[in-house]
Design a protein around this ligand. Structure first.
Ligand SMILES: *[C@@H]1O[C@H](CO)[C@@H](O)[C@H](O)[C@H]1NC(C)=O
Ligand SMILES: *[C@@H]1O[C@H](CO)[C@@H](O)[C@H](O)[C@H]1NC(C)=O
Ligand SMILES: *[C@@H]1O[C@H](CO)[C@@H](O)[C@H](O)[C@H]1NC(C)=O
Length: 193
């Protein structure tokens, strides 16, 4: 009886997979970070590292369940493989203006030489040429660490972005890089005891 149940479940599962005949292929090698913007009904930006090493941005105009058009035309490479560590963690934060309007995504990952790096979606900027990106601060990551988080903070005066990682300068704990919107500068703080 138990076995029959298992077999029935397995068949149902396979049938469920086969039923999804119309799907968009995605070959992500690690983390997938997703953020919602305020356009449409559940418009979603999805970022992941593709098998060829580049970071890809996928855009859907609704949640998958909502059957609206999934804008596959926006399946684009946003950071080339030579700027991305293979197997990098990926995280993303959404910014909002003080008026509450969507103000773009900031995506964080590691470069091949272990530098905390940033892609800014609304200006499509990344790599060493992006003067605004955290990449230019050359904050080094502990070799082998895949710890990474990021979020926007527009409730704390002056604060805008907080990015947590394991800094080569302070291994064995979390360091936050914070972007101060008044000074437009990044700085580092280690988790206090
Ligand atoms: C890497 O793969 C992604 C996802 O399939 C694709 O969009 C991108 O064009 C590829 N990059 C190169 C340089 O071929
Ligand atoms: C990181 O560690 C790997 C494996 O131990 C080693 O091959 C590599 O040279 C190290 N990289 C750096 C930048 O120290
Ligand atoms: C950040 O600072 C800029 C320039 O001073 C300002 O226009 C913007 O509204 C600020 N953003 C937030 C979220 O406070």
């Amino acid at each position: 009886m138990q076995l029959l149940k298992l077999v029935a479940t397995a068949i149902a599962f396979i049938a469920g997979v086969e039923a999804a005949a119309n799907f968009f292929p995605v070959d992500a090698v690690g983390d997938i970070a997703a953020v919602r913007d305020d356009l449409g009904k559940g418009a979603t930006h999805i970022y992941y590292q593709a098998r060829n090493g580049s970071i890809v941005r996928l855009y859907t105009s609704t949640a998958f369940v909502q059957n609206g058009p999934q804008d596959r035309g926006s399946h684009t490479e946003v950071v080339p493989a030579n700027e991305v560590m293979y197997g990098t963690p990926i995280t993303a934060a959404t910014l909002w203006t003080p008026a509450g309007d969507f103000n773009g995504n900031h995506v964080y990952y590691y470069s091949r030489d272990g530098i905390l790096s940033e892609y800014i979606n609304n200006i499509q900027a990344h790599g060493p040429s992006c003067t605004q990106c955290i990449t230019n601060q050359r904050f080094g990551v502990v070799n082998g660490s895949v710890a990474l988080y990021a979020f926007a903070d527009n409730k704390t005066p002056g604060m805008l972005l907080r990015v947590g990682f394991e800094s080569a300068g302070s291994p064995g704990t979390i360091t936050e890089a914070t972007f101060n919107n008044n000074t437009q500068k990044w700085s580092l703080s280690v988790l206090p005891n």
